[in-house]
Write a protein that binds this ligand. Sequence first.
Ligand SMILES: [Zn+2]
Length: 380
Amino acid sequence: MRKRTKLKKEVIVLCTLIIILVVGVLLYFVIFKVGKVKVMLSSNLTTEIHEDVNVMSFVQDVKHGEIISQDEKIDTSTLGEKEIHLKIKNEQGNEEDYTFKVQVVDTTKPVITSGDSLTVLVGTDIELLKDVMVTDNSGEEIDVKVNGEYDINQVGDYALQYVAEDSSQNETIQDFTLHIIERPNEREEIPEDYTFTTSKGFKGEVKNGITYIDGIIVVNKTYPIPSSYGNGLLEETKQAFQEMNSDALPLGLNLYISSGYRSYSLQEDLYSGYVLRDGKEAADTYSARAGHSEHQTGLAFDLNSISDEFTNTPEGKWVHENAWRYGLILRYPYGKDDITGYKHESWHLRYVGKELAEKLYNNGDWITLEEYFGIDSKYE
Ligand SMILES: [Zn+2]
C-alpha cells in the first residue's frame, strides 16, 4: 500500500511539472514570440537608377507593430546598395529600429538617336558620329562606336552599326546605312558677295552664297544655301537639344531627333519623292527644294514622329512653350503658312540663340523669322 501511494504521488508531481512546463512554453510564445514585430518586404528589393521610389513601396506589411517613422526617400542617384531605416512601435509600446537594403541597378539600355541612313559624297571627309546622340537613364556620358567597314572612295551602300554601352553593360546596337554617292556634275552658280537692307531695317549680307541677316543664317524659299554647304548638326544645335532634353526627361517627356542634318543630295531625294507622290504644288507646302532646306544648315532638326500628331502630345505642348529657353525656335508656327511658305510644323526646331529665340517666342504667340526681319519666303 505504501509503495502504491508513493508511486501515485510521484505521478502527480510529474504531471504537475509537465503542466508547468507546457504553460511556461505557451507563455513564452505568447509574450516573446507571437507578439514579435515582423516586417514583410516585397520580393524584389531592386530599383532602377534615378527612379523616384518611395521607401514604402518596398514594405508590404508590418505585423505586431506600427511604423512611426521612415527614411524620406531612397537615394537612387548612384548605383549600389542603399540601407533603409524604419522605426517601429511594437505591441508592447517600445520602439524598434528596422533596416533593410535596396539595390539600385541600371538595366535600361542607352537610347541612340540617329537617322537610319547617312548620305555623303564619295571621297569626302565624314564624321559618322556627327548626327548621333546617346542618352541613358544613368545620366552618364556614353561613347558610341561604329561597327562595320566601308571605303569612302568607293560609291556604294554600306550596312553599319552604331554601338553604345553604359557602365552597367547595357548595350544598344542600331543599324544604319551609309550611302556613298557620286558627286553631282553640275554645280550651281554662287553669287558674288553683296549686302542689302530688309524692310524692317536689318542688315542682310550674302557671303559665298550664304545669307546672313543680323548675323543669323537664313534659309527659306527666297534665300537658298549652296549645295556644298554643311556636314552635320552643329555643336550649338546638339548642345541646345541636349540641354532641352535633360530638362524634359525628369518631366517624363521623351524627346528625340528624328531628322537632323540633311545634305543637299538627300533633300533632293526626299523632295523628288514627295513630288512623285503628291505633285509639286502640294510638296512645296511641306517640303523644301534642295538648297532651300534649313536642315542643310546643321541648325535645324525634327523631333519625334515628324507629324501633326506630335502637336498635341505632352512633348509637343511642352516644346511649344519651352524650346526658346534653349535658343530654339518653332520655325513654322501655326497660321503662318503664307509667311514662312510652309504648313505648321510643331516638330521642326531651329537654333538661333537664346536672345532672339525669346523675342520670337513672344509669350507663346510665335513670330516667324520672316516677320521679325521683314523678309519674304517665295520661290522665284
Ligand atoms: Zn524639318
